[in-house]
Design a protein around this ligand. Structure first.
Ligand SMILES: [Zn+2]
Ligand SMILES: [Zn+2]
Length: 149
């Protein structure tokens, strides 16, 4: 069980299920809506995520996505894409234990700030994480691994 909430504790959530898509997102929307250089996220099934105290406010941050945040202290909590109705993204650093879910890659590197220097050795993607596909993906992965080293 993953537990977390906003800074002021007015909004609390719980999530179950295997967290996936652990990433640091460098997109301009994450940056602007949080005021942070990049934002760590994880994804869980929407059916296994619930608010257990308070209710967040929501706003549409792009045509296809809604973000939830505490209306009192402003912590950004969730990202829900219309294209992925069965998933919800949650900000890793609103977890009670953010150490439990270290990010596994960096996404939207094309928007990364020049003064952010990464030294964690994690995979970096120009945009969103490429979805794993049976055949071409493994060839692609081998190719990018070859060029990176
Ligand atoms: Zn709050
Ligand atoms: Zn983002």
């Amino acid at each position: 069980m993953l537990k977390g909430g906003c800074f002021c504790d007015e909004v609390r959530y719980e999530a179950e299920g295997e967290p996936v898509h652990l990433t640091n997102c460098h997109c301009t929307i994450c940056r602007r809506t949080t005021g942070a250089p990049f934002v760590a996220w994880f994804t869980v099934p929407r059916s296994r995520f619930r608010f257990v105290r308070g209710e967040p406010n929501h706003f549409r941050s792009s045509t296809g996505a809604t973000r939830g945040f505490c209306g009192r202290c402003g912590s950004q909590l969730t990202f829900a894409s219309d294209d992925a109705p069965h998933e919800i993204d949650v900000t890793t650093c609103t977890l009670d234990d953010p150490e439990a879910l270290p990010p596994e890659d960096h996404t939207f590197m094309r928007s990364k700030l020049a003064w952010v220097a990464l030294a964690d050795g994690l995979p970096q993607h120009a945009g969103s994480r490429p979805e794993p596909e049976p055949e071409p993906a493994s060839a692609q992965a081998a190719e990018s691994a070859a060029t990176e080293r």
